[in-house]
Write a protein that binds this ligand. Sequence first.
Ligand SMILES: [Zn+2]
Length: 226
Amino acid sequence: MAELNLVLLGPPGSGKGTQGERLQEDLRLPYYATGDILRAAVRDETELGRTAKEYMDRGDLVPDEVIVATIAERVDSAEAADGFILDGFPRTVPQAEALDDKLSELGRSLSGVLLIDASDEEVQRRLGGRRTCVENGHVFHVELNPPRQEGVCDLDGSELIVRDDDKPEVIAKRLETYHAKTEPLIDYYDRRSLLRRIDGAAPPDEVEDEVRRTLATLKMEQDAEL
Ligand SMILES: [Zn+2]
């Protein structure tokens, strides 16, 4: 069986995290979400965490060399031998080039890039309404998934807050960064015939169906080439 090396692309809040987690269960491949890896590092106050926090608090991207080293280590691990799903990396063309270099060094290449797209307005609505519990990080949404009691976590009774990177001005900055630095990747992967577009504005189950159809086609094409 061919390995399946995937990248999920899309603006913050397009739902690619949700799709990534579903894909991980579906395909039984390791799912590497840069945001989760970095947030864990920040929480544990590792050296990576302290460096990353300064950038993340401003809504800026963490520097390439920090991210590339972190991701390369995971892609090169035994658990990723049959493939992997990357979310939040690469985020810039130089990162994509670094990933290509690393993979070809390992005799591998990307199988496909799934773009899960959403408009700026949709992103503001989804992220701006998010409330996170201080104790365990449980996530609610004022509109889409409200807690039973406003401002209180259903699961552990702790306070719900707006996480720093869900504040409107930080979302605006993240979108600006996405358009300037990440959007050029759409072209980069399209020219390499790796890009598959999926409408992230649809309900999660519909997006998931579309992802499955897209991957089935991708696998057929991949098998045909072998
Ligand atoms: Zn909670």
